[in-house]
Design a protein around this ligand. Sequence first.
Ligand SMILES: [Zn+2]
Ligand SMILES: [Zn+2]
Length: 297
Amino acid sequence: MGSGFSQCASSLRKPCRPSIITISQETTSLVPDFNSHDNNINLFTSVFVTNLLETAEYKLNSHEYNKSINLLLRATQLGSACAATKLGSIYLNGFTTTSPDYNSAAAYYFIALKFTLMIPHSSWDIDIILDIVCALTKLYNNLLSNPKNLDILNHGLKLMSEIDKNLQHPYFIRICSYKQNQKRRASRIHINYCHAITAESKGDLLGTLKGFEECELIGQCGIESADKLIKKSYVCMQRLDSTRPKVNPICIQCNYEAKDLIDIWNLLNCTKCNNNVVCCGRECLNEHIMITHLGRP
Ligand SMILES: [Zn+2]
Ligand SMILES: [Zn+2]
């Protein structure tokens, strides 16, 4: 143990030609592509990381949390998305003696997503992605209660959007087996659900509707956690629909006619008219109240 990095480094320090550095035109990533079936790619690191992960799992099961975390940190430094995901889950669930640390959990899950985005999507491990977005759904539900977390949440949404874009790529869909495709769709549902609940907490109606609608469009996928979110999305859409003004969508004051659903949602009811009248905005509503209900011209 402990020789992994130094052995790697010494093999790179071979007696090469002095002072001439040639840079390969090939695009390379520092993150080892563990899912690539090319045996020459980072084989040594790959074996080393596998050992680290196995030992970390053993330590975790024997409740040696700090030792397990250190091993996982080492594997994360070497670019293992799996190790970063494992760290995320340790912080999300808390060890037996400590309470969950949502911010650290989010940080490690985001690292795992970043590592995933650094390798070609044909090498993605859909199981890890589904694990991450399932955990992030739980995390987002907890983090949303505090407005101070908005930066963290937005950062995660950006990464998840990138993942979502790749998950919709025709090539990626084509190389997925039936089971993988179910997990791919489940991952997309979790991602769009996180978008919807974050948008709702920000009062962004359009974002909320788009997120929930996308979940419904992707549809039941046979993965329980995701199918539950579709039901939740449906209930949320119904709840939002019940707040939509059910009257003629024309501003009583300036005759502006709302054109689409979002527009209709943004109309303001006049409570003094028993919600039978709507205005296009605050200005018209104030004017209407002033003239109709306070009798001032
Ligand atoms: Zn108006
Ligand atoms: Zn009124």
